[in-house]
Design a protein. Structure first.
Length: 464
């Protein structure tokens, strides 16, 4: 937004870029030879794009190419400093550039996987980076030219899609870092000068409410084996968050088409489930409000040419497109279609149909309540299909991983004959959550017991 003019930039899969000034398109052409990964506007109104072709381009708001930066590796994310004088670019590693000279100011070791989101602190002294390895790292971008180690690292249950930082001065000066990953919000606090290189868990986890099902939808979920929490079309999610003060955060939740906004106090609360809100984020002006002009007609802008498919964003995950089948009945929503299409994840039994979607909800609840009956049911049902196990473990949050390993270990020690259906679970957990298990100190004892148990069992088993 520049003055009263709204400017929208859109990067595409084939490397093309378009800039829209109040729905009037300026096509910049395919100056990138590969997918555009990220776009960002500076405080001065300049546009920066990074691409899979290992280049970064500086554009004017009118779409003129000003400067181009070439790197050795693909650039997956970028971020402008608050004062607009520096540009942070990232692939797996991070590099801070002075925009006046394009010289490198700082290099950071980065991540073991591509960086997906970046954020500067308000004073520009710190940077947070989130990557596909499911870690968020905090970096000091002042001082030495090379940062080999992060100030702090935070673990997540899935890949982050958004980061934000705020800092508060005073007696308890500290940084507040927020992230959104797979529809869940996370908040951490970090005090400058604290121990470096530590991997920490979120101070607060914020989840969106699940709307109560209607009678018509209840039958549909029973037929597909999906719970309300796994029905993507109707599932609400955390879409974005921003800090309001030292103890509250503004959270946008819902779906991309029906977002709602709530102020949430998060200090001294480990887990928060938002209350269902019926106040939309965007409202029409009241008919009695004559002080403002009426809301104008919304104009949708999109690429006009074939091949200019836009990249999906974090907001795409909650969109439900209403449709009608040939018989006039409401067509299955996105979550149900995904479940039905993934035939490998469906296990038929005399009791009905079990999917990874329904199984992970039951498994999560059973682990929290230590419900042994439902734990046995989940482990046996999943063992009917390796695909179900794989999808269930992938959807399971990191905080439940150690509990699941302990549950499996206890059952295996009690009855080694259960190894037929327990070992596939162990193999999938160790493979999927390797990064998390390596980062948690208490995992060493659990994995050591698992190793000893398996070793003792193999000693008394004849080799084939």
């Amino acid at each position: 937004m520049k003055g009263n003019t709204c400017v929208i930039a859109l990067g595409t899969e084939n490397g093309a870029l378009s800039i829209y000034h109040q729905a009037q398109a300026v096509h910049c052409g395919s100056r990138h030879s590969a997918r555009v990964n990220y776009l960002g506007f500076s405080a001065q109104g300049l546009l920066y794009s990074c691409s899979q072709d290992s280049s970064v381009i500086e554009w004017s708001a009118q779409g003129a190419l000003l400067r181009q930066i070439s790197t050795k590796n693909p650039i997956t994310c970028l971020c402008l400093s608050p004062d607009g004088s520096k540009l942070l670019i990232a692939g797996a590693k991070l590099k801070l550039l002075d925009l006046s000279s394009l010289k490198t100011i700082k290099k950071c070791a980065g991540h073991a996987a591509p960086t997906r989101c970046l954020a500067f602190s308000p004073d520009g002294a710190y940077v947070a980076s989130g990557a596909s390895d499911r870690f968020v790292s905090l970096w000091d971008v002042k001082g030495d030219k090379v940062a080999r180690n992060s100030l702090h690292t935070f673990s997540l249950s899935s890949e982050p899609t958004l980061l934000t930082i705020n800092q508060y001065t005073g007696a308890n000066s500290r940084l507040h870092i927020g992230a959104v990953a797979r529809g869940v919000g996370y908040v951490w606090t970090w005090t400058p000068g604290a121990q470096q290189g530590v991997i920490g868990q979120a101070d607060c986890i914020i989840t969106a409410p699940t709307p109560p099902p209607t009678d018509g939808k209840t039958k549909k979920r029973k037929a597909t084996g999906l719970s309300s929490a796994e029905t993507l079309g109707s599932q609400t999610a955390i879409l974005s968050l921003a800090f309001e003060s030292e103890n509250s955060v503004m959270v946008v939740s819902g779906t991309a088409t029906h977002p709602t906004c709530q102020s949430v106090p998060y200090l001294k609360q480990r887990e928060i489930t938002l209350q269902t809100s019926r106040t939309p984020l965007i409202q029409n002006k009241s008919s009695s409000d004559t002080s403002s002009a009426p809301v104008s007609t919304v104009t949708v802008v999109a690429p006009e040419t074939v091949g200019h498919a836009p990249q999906s964003s974090a907001l795409d995950t909650g969109v439900a497109k209403p449709a009608r089948s040939r018989r006039g009945k409401e067509a299955p929503n996105l979550g149900e279609l995904v479940s039905l299409a993934d035939k490998q994840a469906v296990v038929k039994s005399s009791g009905g149909v079990s999917t990874a979607g329904s199984l992970v909800v039951l498994l999560r609840q059973a682990l929290q309540a230590n419900d042994q009956t439902n734990l046995d049911y989940c482990l046996k049902e999943g063992a009917r299909s390796t695909k179900v196990i794989s999808n269930t473990v992938a959807r399971l949050e990191s905080r439940h991983v150690l509990s699941l390993i302990r549950v499996i270990l206890a059952r295996y020690k009690a009855r080694p004959s259960r190894g037929v259906f327990l070992m596939p679970w162990i193999r999938e957990v160790l493979t999927t959550h390797t990064s998390y298990l390596l980062s948690v100190g208490e995992a060493a004892d659990t994995l050591s017991m698992l190793y000893q148990c398996l070793s003792s069992r193999l000693v008394v088993t004849k080799q084939l």
